[in-house]
Design a protein around this ligand. Structure first.
Ligand code: NDP
Length: 267
């Protein structure tokens, strides 16, 4: 039976590219989405056309009841989860901190941080050998914003990704002896709809001139790093608790551990 992978926010962008690459790597794929059912179903259709298995499951990751219902659907329809990619994430329009509302701050943290932690909790309950599971892998989507802070743009978003980095290190250490590997992938500027949702549709292209290779990254390039870190499928290289940078700013498009990586067990 093919291992089951859940990718949150997989209806488009990096999540959709990851879903397609995971299917090619031999996973049965759960395509989670919040609102865009048509886009999610299109990803599922593309996976089925490859001869792989996929289902779309709607859930707002920031809503605990919806997350619980999503995991119950996966348990019932596909069996034990072996990999989770905490990809769903949001930004808001460019703003200084002194202009940010509490509603905005809570939306960013509820989706990017609490959503990832809720999904990780449910995944650990199913994967951990401590709970009778067979092990697995969790990949969290961080961002280079976690190290740069995004001043004048979205410090709230950057802070949420900093929280993801700390969560990744802590969870990795917590479940290290329970056959679960936890990693984070930290993309640089990737050309997806997220920039339009932050009110800057051309942002990735506008910043191209500041990037050594003169173009933003594309979703598929990040997806390769994510699927590599997921690595439940045998014979794929395995890593445990690293922050993997996929960052075109420094001229490299491959993925390599970030300079400030906290490598288990030295973290
Ligand atoms: P997109 O905006 O292109 O896609 C976001 C996806 O997340 C969509 O599938 C959307 O679903 C889903 N989503 C949003 N909110 C929720 C929620 N509450 N519950 C479930 N799903 C949700 O984003 P990207 O592909 O660009 O980004 C993916 C991840 O990569 C994010 O975590 C982001 O922070 C991170 N990242 C992106 C970078 C970039 O430059 N693009 C750089 C660094 C990190 P729906 O379609 O239904 O709305």
């Amino acid at each position: 039976m093919n291992p089951v992978i859940l990718i949150t926010g997989a209806s488009r962008g990096i999540g959709a590219a990851t879903a397609l690459q995971a299917a090619r790597a031999g996973y049965t794929v759960v395509v989670n989405y919040r609102a865009n059912e048509l886009a999610a179903e299109s990803v599922v259709r593309q996976i089925r056309e490859m001869g792989a298995k996929a289902i779309a499951v709607q859930a707002d990751v920031a809503d605990e009841a919806e997350v619980l219902a999503m995991f119950a659907t996966i348990d019932a329809q596909l069996g034990p989860l072996r990999a989770l990619v905490n990809n769903a994430g949001v930004v808001d329009v460019a703003s200084r901190v002194d202009k940010m509302t509490v509603t905005r701050m809570k939306r960013i943290f509820d989706t990017n941080v609490i959503g990832s932690m809720l999904c990780a909790r449910e995944a650990v309950l199913r994967m951990s050998t401590r709970h009778g599971g067979s092990g697995g892998a969790i990949v969290n989507l961080s961002s280079v914003a976690a190290t740069l802070g995004s001043p004048g743009q979205y410090v709230d978003y950057a802070a949420s990704k900093g929280a993801i980095d700390a969560f990744t290190v802590g969870l990795a250490r917590e479940v290290a002896t329970e056959s679960i590997r936890v990693n984070a992938v930290r993309p640089g500027i990737i050309d997806t709809d997220i920039h339009a949702s932050g009110g800057q549709p051309g942002r990735a292209q506008h910043l191209a001139a500041t990037i050594p290779i003169q173009r933003p990254g594309i979703a598929g390039e990040v997806a390769s790093a994510i699927v590599g870190c997921s690595a439940v499928v045998p014979a794929t290289p395995r890593v445990h608790c690293s922050m993997w940078a996929v960052d075109v700013r420094f001229g490299g498009l491959g993925h390599a551990p970030a300079a400030e990586t906290a490598h288990w067990p030295n973290a």
